[in-house]
Design a protein around this ligand. Structure first.
Ligand code: ACO
Length: 325
């Protein structure tokens, strides 16, 4: 008996921001952003909105499609790089918003790979018979840690949340194989210098704009493609499946050039690679569960389909999961 996905849900903020809108904030253009990233729009939280509220709605939608209530959840896992508060994180606020009482919750920080890492933990929790149902949320409010004066990063990101409910059961369905990896020597490819215990917040850190996400763009680009492919191949090996058995691949939605370079090296038709980064931009740990939910809801992904989720992210972490829906 494995753990199968019985419900998916997602939620994007209402405010849709185009590349032309961004060109009024920083020195950029629609043409540059589309050519270098493939991104055309993103959805961003407005001032005063509480980030974890997005996560609550995504979870409610996942529970609704599974025909479950918050009281049925035995564990809530929230994959997020930038929580509502460093302490106590995001998961308590999502649990509170859902009206959960007593069940455990915790955050998982593994950058954009966080959702895949959380799926592995969820499956292990169910296999260990610690619970029957685990709600896994990928959630990110990157607009709140983006330096809106830095055109090299601010055009890349969006906010959003995607959730899945995993339940015990389903012979032949569920997670068929998983691979998690990391390369700590690349820890500073993506980082926020201050605000943690290594460099606590001070006037100097604020003046130095050290509370924003910093990224070495070309280093990320070079690492992303081989790492996502390695992760995918390892997960397929664990699942005892060949690439030809795969119906859909959902790579982390970082940018279209990375996804194209990844897809070009596959022996699978390009149409099987799910892409929504052009519309929602890079939502980090939320990118895969949002894309999964959209493809389930529009009927592309159906029961019985084999889906590969593959990601890389800050850490650097990378990993993949093979799932039969
Ligand atoms: N608009 C206009 N010009 C820009 C912009 C912009 N938004 N951003 C950078 N430029 C300029 C630079 O200033 C530079 O100008 P210069 O030559 O006069 O100095 C020029 O464009 C080239 O800059 P590069 O940084 O070399 O541009 P590059 O071709 O490498 O593209 C990009 C940058 C898109 C960030 C690329 O490196 C990339 O895709 N990297 C992957 C990063 C990524 O996807 N990160 C996602 C987050 S990580 C994750 O999800 C795990």
């Amino acid at each position: 008996m494995g753990a199968r996905i019985t419900g998916t849900g997602s939620c994007l903020p209402q405010r849709r921001v185009s590349n032309a809108d961004l060109a009024t904030v920083v020195d950029t253009s629609d043409a540059w952003i589309v050519k270098r990233t493939g991104i055309r729009t993103r959805f961003l939280l407005s001032e005063g909105e509480t980030p974890s509220d997005l996560g609550v709605v995504a979870c409610q939608r996942a529970l609704e499609t599974a025909g479950r209530r918050p009281a049925d959840v035995d564990l809530l896992l929230v994959a997020t790089t930038f929580p509502d508060m460093i302490c106590p994180g995001t998961s308590p606020f999502v649990a509170q918003g859902l009206g959960m009482r007593g069940a455990p919750f915790f955050d998982i920080t593994a950058g954009c790979t966080g959702f895949v890492y959380a799926l592995a933990v969820a499956e292990a929790y169910i296999q260990a018979e610690l619970g029957e149902r685990v709600l896994v949320l990928g959630f990110e409010a990157l607009s709140r840690v983006t330096d809106w004066s830095d055109r090299r990063t601010c055009v890349l990101f969006g906010d959003g949340a995607g959730a899945t409910l995993l339940e015990r059961g389903g012979d032949g369905q569920g997670i068929l194989g998983i691979s998690l990896r990391g390369d700590p020597d690349k820890a500073l490819l993506l980082h926020m210098p201050a605000g943690g215990t290594r460099r606590p917040a001070s006037h100097d850190t604020v003046e130095g704009r050290e509370h924003f996400l910093r990224m070495e763009g070309s280093g990320v680009f070079r690492s992303a493609v081989p790492l996502m492919r390695e992760a995918m191949d390892n997960a397929l090996l664990a699942a005892h499946l060949e690439r030809e058995a795969v119906d859909w691949i959902i790579p982390h939605q970082a940018n279209v050039r990375i996804i194209d370079a990844f897809a070009d090296r596959l022996t699978l038709p390009r149409e099987r690679v799910i892409v929504n980064v052009d519309r929602v931009a890079n939502t980090s740990a939320a990118s895969i569960p949002i894309a999964l939910d959209e493809a389930v809801r529009d009927g592309r992904i159906r029961a019985g389909h084999v889906v590969v989720l593959t990601a890389f992210g800050a850490g650097v972490t990378y990993g993949a999961a093979v799932i039969r829906m």
